[in-house]
Design a protein around this ligand. Sequence first.
Ligand SMILES: NC(=O)c1ccc[n+]([C@@H]2O[C@H](COP(=O)([O-])OP(=O)(O)OC[C@H]3O[C@@H](n4cnc5c(N)ncnc54)[C@H](O)[C@@H]3O)[C@@H](O)[C@H]2O)c1
Length: 250
Amino acid sequence: MKTLENKVAIITGSGSGIGKAAALLFAQEGAKVVVSDIQEEHGKAVVEEIKSQGGEAFFFKADTSKPAENDALVKATVEKYGKLDIAVNNAGIGGPLGMTGDYPLEGWQKVIDINLSGVFYGMHYQLPAMQKNGGGVIVNIASILGMAGTRFSPAYVAAKHGVVGLTKATALEYATMNIRVNSIGPGYIMTPLLTNALDEATLKQVEALHPIGRLGKSEEVAELILWLSSPKSSFVTGSYYAVDGGYLAQ
Ligand SMILES: NC(=O)c1ccc[n+]([C@@H]2O[C@H](COP(=O)([O-])OP(=O)(O)OC[C@H]3O[C@@H](n4cnc5c(N)ncnc54)[C@H](O)[C@@H]3O)[C@@H](O)[C@H]2O)c1
């Protein structure tokens, strides 16, 4: 039997990068996957890829920074597949770069709205659906920057630290209700979020921050998401797991 046989999973921001890799892996492991993103074309292409491999998926457009769209996403999932077992709150942006004293206020708000409030709004609607179903699993995608700081990304660092704390708080509330909630912290991963923001020289500098000597791949992060979403991690809740090539060990 496959690891996620008969499970229904929502993955936000799964039109690209880490979310896309998780969607493909989940489908290979037998899950019915709700691919959600603001980029419709990308999301629909992921659904096509899943179907071409014999998997089951559908696309639902939702902006995670808008409460009503998170609500609609959960409702559409339950309507189509009858339940919700797993949610991966992955949608995120890098945001502007700048010193805190110069940081654009609208950039701050946008990053907090998507990267932190988006995770709260997601869980706010996912949790009651999971309770109705007798349990579930949530994996929130934080970052190494949810544990350590870096210069020039105050909003991103604050939001990701917030996701780690929010994950712990929610995990405690639902621990006896058969709902596990964990966060993960990828190091720098080769996705459009990174390659669109940084030039070659900066990418080399960032690579050097990882003891393992390279950047990570989305598929390597997806494997940890899968494990945390599966019954194999049945005693794990409220935790933060790094998948960072040794970045935080320094
Ligand atoms: N790439 C990295 O180095 C890295 C490191 C640590 C953590 N992360 C986190 O991993 C997650 C995925 O990032 P990625 O690197 O795969 O990026 P990506 O840009 O490849 O994918 C992110 C996806 O999220 C979607 N998205 C953006 N805003 C959205 C919104 N408001 N509602 C719904 N979807 C939205 C985008 O359209 C995109 O398809 C993010 O939370 C990011 O912060 C990434």
